[in-house]
Design a protein around this ligand. Sequence first.
Ligand SMILES: [Fe+2]
Ligand SMILES: [Fe+2]
Length: 479
Amino acid sequence: MSINYDERIPNNVGLSADRRLQRALENWQPKFLEWWNQMGPSGFQTADVYLRTATSVDAKGWATFDYLKMPDYRWGIFLAEPVADRKIEFGEHRGEPVWHEVPGEHRGVLRRLIVTQGDTEPASVEQQRHLGRTCPSLYDLRNLFQVNVEEGRHLWAMVYLLHAYFGRDGREEAEALLERRSGSADNPRILGAFNERTPDWLSFFMFTHFTDRDGKFQLASLAESGFDPLSRTCRFMLTEEAHHLFVGETGIGRIIARSCQLMKEHATDRIGDYGGIDLAIIQKYLNFHFSVSLDLFGSELSTNAASYFSTGLKGRFKESDRNDDHRLTESTYRVLRPRAGAIIESEEPALTALNESLRDAYIADCSRALVRWNKSIEDSGIDFRLTLPHRGFRRAIGEFNGVYVTPEGLRVSESEWRACEEQWLPTHAEREFIGSLMTPVVEPGKFATWIAPPPRGINHQPIKMDYVRHLPTAQYDRS
Ligand SMILES: [Fe+2]
Ligand SMILES: [Fe+2]
């Protein structure tokens, strides 16, 4: 299904056949651009960036690459191909045909799910807007901007659904998505992790690894939705999301590789003086970002999650691959709960434990990346292993909120926990140190001292290509 680029809003949904919707979105478009110019990558709107643009929604060969100024990126509406005779896979409506319009009784809930997902997209652009000034290389700068324009497109994806299917409230929600601001005191973004700062590139790679990965799991569950337009939208968003995860995982992997190299060269694990990042600091950043991202899955036990599933709005990760009744009314699920000073395993109704089961799938995915990083540390002959902290560590949502758990999973008192906090989480001094490493490197093919080059360039291009051209020189004037 090819994308029509002749229209003001590129799309593969036959937008020109619906004049009312087309006008509504064309009316939203300049407001989006105003937001992008105000809150998008600061100082780089006139640079030429080697970006990929979606040209079809096929699994293979869906993108073209070219130099583009970011405000000229063709943000549009791309849905994955419809699946003929698709049936609802789960819940009370299992086996019935999917819905092509919003079922009236679920309108409010569905709108909330779409708005909550949509809100994360512009939030991350806002969180990352100052990073361009301190890029470790042109390759990484380009990847940052690719992620940013695609998050902008993900906002378009959700706004299309709001405009097309939710009438006036949908239009109002679409406006509000451009009004909230990450970290704002009076009008913040909806979810906690999207109000945190992303002050440096170590945080950025951690964010794209851990927090964008939450996005993958939320999108995959929404891709199972009985509301077919949401399913098709999310299926295509997942293809873009995969690149964000690649940026995160390989970014951290390259930092680790560089750290190992410096440790061997200088025969020490304290490599700060040599412009490297200690593995112990990487572990602390990991602890922070993993725990913040776990909160995004919500409470372990949730009647909302149960009803999203029963009513067919939100499925499980890879719903169709599961060998059960897909209704879950009779089954249970094992959940860890803090009880009487300990952490116990508790069998809970599977329906109310759906957030926890999605979190489990997420943790398993995070563990796989961890194995790859640890393999590379082991291969360098260094005796250090990164670990994921226990799921109860530093949680602000759900059963473990207000419960003090060590990264190893031991319950301790608040004072015991606070006494060790600096061993587990980045200290102010360590954050300052990471900040001090963030001096921009913009010579093609050169990389900052703290990160190894990637094994290959973007789209089969050489690593030393000038992935971003016409940099604003003032950005790098350090006088
Ligand atoms: Fe996204
Ligand atoms: Fe993303």
